[in-house]
Design a protein around this ligand. Structure first.
Ligand SMILES: Cc1ncc(C[n+]2csc(CCOP(=O)(O)OP(=O)(O)O)c2C)c(N)n1
Length: 680
């Protein structure tokens, strides 16, 4: 009995192309993909084979790029959101002549240390604009890229920035929830230079997509304001016409639904989930050779076809030169600013903004929530760094993310520098990654720390790609009070600190907040998250110096007095002042006590052992306090140390009552200190 869930295998595996030469070029992608997957004994040949015709039309007839200069600022961007089809991208990079993608890299597909990992990874090879693989992230990041292009265009004009963002995406990308946030945001913002191609092959891993989805995708996109076209993805004329039309639509993003056959060319697997992944086997490849009339050995592209592909890779050189001429003819100040922003260099003197914010905090000496301090820092920073692009997922007044002079970005009007992302945390986080990757802008965006869970997959990618996306997460503990446990983060700091390379900052007062922002701006290759308090915190630092004490991750805020240190109190953020108060009591009792502030564990772990030892102190008597779970603090506490923090979800109530209920108080710290002093 045939499996009822399997779609009918198309009778005609190879519908004729109107342009036979184009089909031959596309077959280069197909065979490189088959050969690489077969050699690696793993991978995903189906999507590259199904989308090869579309890719070939796009690259041959439309994509503006120059393989010899992969970082050309005004190049069109190509994003493979269905990242499992990575061989499609690697084939294109090899065929079009990217220098760092020789054939040997394709032969080393999916091997340790290769430029051709299972899914495309940013920085592994030129032409990989971003890391994709977690389905849906690519399309959502592309929205940020397309938005960044328009914002840069609004500042610098058509002559300097005016390109398209093309995205391939599969059924899986569209099934993911993040796609809805991305589609909705792009439609709202009228991102007309975003052109997406849906690989509508009706197949995913489990079988026919009808097993799990019956959405009318065309209507879904239309409902969000997109321009939608539907074509046969193997009809080369139709592909060309559709792209031409999509490019002419200026005020709507386009979705071209391309009916394709997964594994196009396979004799038995085409059109079935068996084409999705895994090595096809020698027999299947031999069959494909017959069907597609291909006689070259594995990994060999016939000279004439390779020459044609290389010409495609070089055709953009004229456009690039024309663009370079336009840049050199631009007014000197505009040109200098354009080049500075694209290089990622910050304006000279920007640190004065941080110093000014610090001075303000010290002069007023008022208690300030760190979210408010962050807002004040941003006011200064935005005045100094115009490429800052702020935003919030509908919590602007709570996150304090909008600087006084930031004007909002509106649909069709991209002159602003503040994005209302709406209640779309995941879409916002991914879009910010796309903005950072585009270049020329420095994105940050806010929500409540608790909802970092809704952003986490994009935060993880930001950390993996080592890009400067900054997540401003306020209401960072039970200290938010009455909203209760659904809104009170408890395990989030530990979970976020577990992400490699992500700098999680939790400043303890306004001055530390300024320092943490300075560190964010100083590190272009580090994703960062600021955990900020809702509640006011006393100013603990009034040193006039502009030394950034947070730069080493942790430092001795108050040293022990009256003898050698007997006790170390470790704290972050809104609990730092509790440790300071506890120290006063303990010092009065004759216990020389130091308070260590640890705004960024990652940076502290990067310090040399001698510094870390000097901060943590010789004594084993240690108490850590943080209104969050203990996980991770054991590292500093040892067997004799004690932790004051959360062991359960929080509770709704006025802040002081909630802290008292969970016994996160000065008194609790003092009690714990006495206990550890007894055993230490
Ligand atoms: C977030 C996420 N969930 C699951 C996967 C595993 N996965 C990879 S491909 C795929 C099926 C995708 O189907 P489709 O987009 O139609 O790709 P095609 O079969 O056309 O290659 C799944 C579930 C993933 N990569 N990312």
């Amino acid at each position: 009995m045939p499996d009822a869930n399997l779609p009918r295998v198309p009778e005609k595996h190879v519908p004729a192309a109107q342009d036979p030469q184009l089909r031959k070029l596309a077959n280069c992608i197909r065979f490189l993909s088959m050969d690489a997957v077969q050699k690696a004994k793993s991978g995903h040949p189906g999507a590259p084979m199904g989308m090869a015709d579309i890719a070939t039309v796009l690259f041959r007839d439309f994509m503006r790029f120059d393989a010899a200069d992969p970082h050309w600022v005004d190049r069109d961007r190509f994003i493979l959101s269905n990242g499992h089809g990575s061989m499609l991208l690697y084939s294109l990079l090899y065929l079009t002549g990217y220098r760092d993608m020789p054939i040997e890299q394709l032969e080393r597909f999916r091997q340790v240390g290769s430029k051709t990992p299972g899914h495309p990874e940013y920085r592994h090879a030129d032409g990989i604009e971003l890391t994709t693989g977690p389905l849906g992230q690519g399309i959502a990041e592309s929205v940020g890229m397309a938005l960044a292009e328009r914002i840069m265009n609004a500042t610098f004009g058509d002559a300097l920035i005016n390109h398209f963002t093309y995205v391939f995406m599969g059924d899986g990308c569209l099934m993911e929830g993040i796609s809805q946030e991305a589609i909705s945001l792009a439609g709202h913002l009228k991102l007309g230079r975003l052109i997406t191609f849906w690989d509508n092959n009706s197949i995913s891993i489990d079988g026919a997509t009808s097993l799990s989805v019956s959405d009318n995708e065309l209507e879904r996109f239309r409902a969000s304001g997109w321009h939608v076209l539907e074509i046969d993805g193997h009809d080369t004329d139709a592909i060309r016409d559709a792209i031409r039309t999509a490019r002419s639509v200026v005020d709507q993003p386009s979705m071209i639904a391309c009916k394709t056959i997964i594994g196009f060319g396979f004799p038995t697997k085409a059109g079935t989930q068996k084409a999705h992944s895994d090595a096809p086997g020698e027999d299947e490849i031999a069959g494909a050779r017959k069907i597609l009339d291909w006689s070259a050995p594995p990994f060999v592209i016939p000279d004439d076809l390779l020459a044609e592909w290389r010409a495609i890779g070089a055709k953009g050189v004229t456009s690039r030169h024309e663009w370079a001429n336009r840049v050199s003819e631009a007014p000197a100040s505009l040109r200098a600013e354009f080049e500075r922003r694209n290089s990622g260099e910050l304006p000279s003197g920007w640190k004065r903004a941080i110093a000014a914010a610090r001075r303000e905090f010290i002069e007023s000496a008022k208690p300030l929530a760190t979210r408010q301090a962050s807002g004040a820092v941003l006011n200064h920073l935005f005045a100094a760094i115009p490429e800052l692009l702020g935003g919030s997922a509908d919590l602007t007044p709570s996150n304090n993310t909008r600087a006084v002079n930031q004007v909002e970005v509106r649909p069709g009007d991209y002159a602003g520098s503040y994005v209302h992302y709406g209640v779309r945390e995941h879409g916002m986080a991914a879009a910010m990654n796309g903005i950072a990757l585009h270049g020329g802008l420095i994105p940050y965006g806010g929500t409540f720390l608790c909802f970092s869970d809704y952003c986490r997959p994009a935060i993880r990618l930001a950390a993996m790609m080592r890009i400067r996306t900054t997540f401003v997460m306020t209401h960072d503990s039970i200290g938010l009070g009455e909203d209760g446990p659904t809104h009170q983060p408890v395990e989030h700091l530990a979970a976020l600190r577990a992400i490699p390379h992500l700098a999680v900052y939790r400043p303890g007062d306004a001055v530390e907040t300024a320092e943490c922002w300075e560190l964010v701006m100083e590190q272009p290759r580090r994703a960062a998250l600021l955990a900020l308090s809702r509640q006011p915190l006393p100013l603990l630092r009034s040193d006039a110096s502009t030394d950034n004490k947070s730069a080493r991750g942790a430092y001795v805020l108050l040293d022990a007095e009256g003898g050698a240190r007997r006790l170390t109190l470790l704290a972050t953020g809104s609990e730092l002042h509790l440790a300071v108060q506890a120290r006063e009591i303990l010092q009065r009792e004759g216990v020389p006590t130091a308070v260590v502030s640890m705004p960024c564990r990652l940076l502290f772990e990067e310090q040399d052992a001698a510094y870390r030892k000097s901060v943590l102190g010789e004594t084993a008597a240690r108490v850590a306090v943080e209104a969050a779970v203990e996980l991770g603090w054991e590292r500093y506490l040892g067997v004799d140390g004690r932790f004051i923090g959360m062991h359960d979800f929080g509770e709704s109530g006025p802040i002081d009552d909630v802290y008292a209920k969970f016994d996160i108080t000065t008194d609790a710290i003092v009690r714990a200190a006495r206990q550890v002093l007894e055993v230490a």
